[in-house]
Design a binder for this molecule. Structure first.
Ligand code: RB5
Length: 159
């Protein structure tokens, strides 16, 4: 369980205002929140905050992160270029629960132009209150994803 209640969050300009509202809700619920930017609604390039956030998850400083852009898609594509990062775009609570349980997603991505502030808070709550399932079939698939990252995936081994 994510008992430390600390989380890292980032956004681009399209997700900035939604991020501020989410940070406020998280802090009210006792979370310590680190914001890696951006820090205004001025247009910016989302790979920058995404990279900052992913480095601090990769280092082990934070177990989980949240990224918000217009659709959630750009930040998820950029985040998933980082080894060990499993970023999932969620617009519903079922996906948020399943991506923690089955995919051990460690970064939640959402689109501020897709869903409203209440839905963002609801999805975040579900994401943060679920854990990866301790089941071999899911762990096997996660190992396969790591092999894809490392370039060691041998499809013949799995046929
Ligand atoms: C910014 O206009 C928008 O492209 C960005 O927030 C995001 O939706 C990209 O995937």
């Amino acid at each position: 369980m994510n008992t430390q209640k600390k989380i890292i969050i980032g956004s681009d300009h399209a997700g900035y205002e939604a991020k501020l509202k989410l940070i406020e809700k998280l802090q009210k619920n006792g979370w310590s929140v680190t914001d890696v930017g951006c820090y205004s609604t001025e247009s910016c390039d989302y790979p920058v905050p995404v990279h900052k956030l992913c480095l601090r998850i990769q280092s082990g400083e934070f177990p989980l992160g949240i990224l918000i852009c217009g659709t959630g898609i750009g930040v998820s594509i950029a985040a998933n270029k980082h080894r060990g990062i499993r970023a999932a775009v969620c617009s519903d609570t079922y996906s948020a629960e399943m991506t923690r349980k089955h995919n051990a997603a460690n970064v939640l991505c959402m689109g501020a132009r897709v869903i409203g502030d209440d839905k963002i808070a609801e999805i975040t709550e579900v994401f943060l209150s679920n854990e990866p399932l301790d089941e071999e079939r899911h762990q096997r698939r996660l190992r396969m994803i790591s092999e894809l990252e490392d370039g060691t995936f041998d499809e013949q081994k799995y046929e």
